[in-house]
Ligand binder design. Structure first.
Ligand SMILES: [Zn+2]
Length: 205
């Protein structure tokens, strides 16, 4: 809590009003509206939250799974999502774009998306069964799978980028940090054995 308060102070958001998730590696999206401002909530069973309430922060937790930050500056809408392989397979990025469109009228070509730090493809071997599920659902495996050293490796940011582009987000408005949480010891990492979670925050303007 001490570190969270420090972060909130540094970024300038109200921790008491922040929306947080209890993530379940799914693709549910919950939206909040300035007509009915709410806050200080922990929303269960969701991996993505969106809001147009001015100044409201959305907080997600990570340790190898990707933070996805969405902004539509035209409408003052932001969203935050958490995407590991299960969430990516379930289409959490896709669902977030669609939910922002339905709830706020956000057009995908007006969205900017940041894919934050997470496990990179060099560090992410997956079982054939998992790889096959991605291929059967999304095809185009050359964009997110590679075989190296006898392993199949999953490029999680690559899958997310593909999904965002499929929804109509402009490729040059999707940025990825390319920071690997497993390789860089400044991050918490499940696979890297650095227990804990780092917080990702996006604040509505
Ligand atoms: Zn890596």
């Amino acid at each position: 809590m001490h570190r969270r308060r420090q972060l909130a102070e540094r970024l300038g958001f109200d921790l008491e009003r922040a929306l947080m998730t209890v993530q379940e590696h799914g693709a549910n999206v919950v939206t909040f509206h300035r007509r009915r401002p709410e806050g200080g909530q922990c929303v269960f069973s969701t991996d993505a939250l969106a809001t147009d309430v001015p100044g409201q922060a959305i907080v997600t937790y990570h340790a190898d799974c990707l933070p996805l930050l969405f902004t539509d500056t035209t409408r003052g809408v932001v969203a935050g999502a958490h995407a590991g392989w299960r969430g990516a397979l379930a289409g959490v990025a896709t669902q977030t774009v669609q939910a922002m469109h339905l709830a706020y009228g956000t057009s995908p070509d007006q969205l900017a998306v940041l894919i934050g730090p997470g496990i990179c493809r060099r560090c992410y071997p997956v079982g054939r069964d998992i790889a096959d599920q991605f291929v059967s659902r999304y095809g185009r495996e050359g964009r997110y799978l590679e075989v190296a050293g006898g392993e199949v490796r999953l490029d999680l940011p690559g899958v997310v980028r593909l999904q965002l582009e499929d929804e109509g987000v402009e490729p040059d408005r999707i940025r990825a940090t390319d920071w690997c949480t497993r390789e860089e010891d400044r991050w918490f990492s499940h696979r890297g054995g650095r227990a804990g979670r780092f917080l990702s925050v996006v604040i509505a303007p």
